[in-house]
Ligand binder design. Structure first.
Ligand SMILES: [Zn+2]
Length: 265
């Protein structure tokens, strides 16, 4: 599943390709892909392409087209439009003759059309790379939480953008066991985790994201950060720091990877 870095890479690629274009119409191919609230863009100009957590926000004159890729969604910008193309779920037509094509083999991805951004983003927390995500705020939202730190970060209502890969990587870098209860973390651990989250997300963006299975950039390229993962997907392989075999456990039914020495048993 694409997480914050992969979505950020896609947003940066989309910006020069579609800002200034006009959307003429949004056509669903699979009926559930497009979720229309109170808006249907017609000859509406694209002013900006932004990101909140894992959402891609296309800001137009009169409303918003918001894309969530979920498991397998992919975007392409192309002048060649074949409505029968395999896994094509929606077409966002542009006035120039090009289109933003939304491919999605698993069909969980969504395109929301709304005049009000809050309607779409109402259940999401602070973006993990935004200026709003300060150490003060992080300490505040962690207060008195009794769940494990892994579960807490997976829940997008608090901090949004992190998923399985970057949570495992951040916890490893911070030396924190993923099952540690949030209210058992001390101030130094929280500070370290906060720093490592930002460092790892930025490094992953620089590496064009992580391709484990389906993620591709808008240009059809693969990410490169999978080569730098320390623990995610590396069960039984040596820890890059201490060479102990990486362990894999399940937390809330999600595979979770950690080093039993660097992060404790
Ligand atoms: Zn280790």
């Amino acid at each position: 599943m694409p997480e914050l870095p992969e979505v950020e890479v896609i947003v940066r690629e989309l910006q020069p390709k579609i800002i200034g274009e006009e959307i003429t119409r949004v056509v669903p191919i699979w009926h559930r892909t497009v979720v229309k609230h109170d808006y249907s863009p017609g000859d509406d100009r694209i002013n900006a392409v932004e990101r909140h957590g894992k959402y891609i926000i296309i800001r137009l004159d009169r409303g918003f087209v918001v894309v969530h890729l979920r498991m397998t969604g992919q975007l392409m910008v192309d002048a060649q439009i074949d409505p029968d193309a395999r896994h094509l779920r929606a077409i966002i037509y542009l006035k120039s003759g090009k289109a933003i094509l939304f491919f999605d083999s698993r069909k969980f991805g969504r395109i929301f059309l709304s005049r009000n951004l809050d309607v779409v983003l109402k259940n999401t927390g602070i973006d993990a790379l935004s200026n709003d995500f300060t150490i003060k705020k992080f300490i505040h939202i962690l207060k008195n939480r009794k769940v494990s730190i892994k579960s807490f970060l997976m829940d997008q209502h608090h901090v949004t953008g992190l998923g399985n890969i970057y949570i495992d990587e951040s916890l490893f870098a911070a030396g924190i066991h993923p099952q540690t209860r949030v209210d058992a973390l001390d101030a130094a651990q929280i500070r370290k985790l906060y720093k490592k989250i930002q460092i790892i997300l930025r490094r992953a963006i620089d590496g064009m994201g992580t391709t484990i299975s389906d993620y591709k950039t808008v240009g059809g390229g693969f990410g490169g950060y999978q080569n730098y993962l320390a623990v995610y997907g590396r069960q039984n392989k040596p820890c890059p720091v201490c060479h102990t075999p990486i362990k894999k456990i399940r937390i809330n039914n999600r595979g979770t990877h950690y080093c039993p020495v660097c992060q404790g048993e």
